[in-house]
Design a protein around this ligand. Structure first.
Ligand SMILES: [Zn+2]
Length: 113
């Protein structure tokens, strides 16, 4: 494996997706799922044995950013200020109404979060 990229979280996610598609193929019998699964496994091997380490790291970094963005969206609501369209992040709480004030223009508005 000298000079090769190896494995990372993106490769693991692709492999898990390939296994899930294989299970769905076993349940539903759609050939397209098996073909997709094999293509994903081939992609995993391509990434593992790639010598273009910088590009593979960039792909993995992009994937990790997407994951952290998705985690952040589960914890916060993103509202747009009615005054200046600034995006404002408010922590999620179950069914509480809060007064939000825009840090950019000072406009206050009420939201149920
Ligand atoms: Zn504003």
């Amino acid at each position: 494996m000298a000079g090769r990229y190896g494995s990372d979280k993106l490769n693991m996610a692709i492999l898990i997706l390939a296994v899930l598609l294989e299970i769905l193929y076993a349940v539903f019998g759609l050939q397209v799922l098996a073909v997709l699964s094999i293509l994903l496994i081939m992609l995993t091997f391509f990434r593992m044995f790639s010598r273009n380490i910088a590009k593979r790291q960039k792909e993995n970094h992009f994937f990790l950013e997407l994951i952290s963005e998705a985690k952040m969206l589960r914890k916060y609501h993103i509202y747009k200020c009615p005054g200046c369209s600034q995006k404002i992040r408010v922590p999620r709480k179950g069914g509480v109404t809060v007064d939000v004030s825009c840090p950019k223009c000072g406009t206050k508005f009420r939201k149920k979060i």
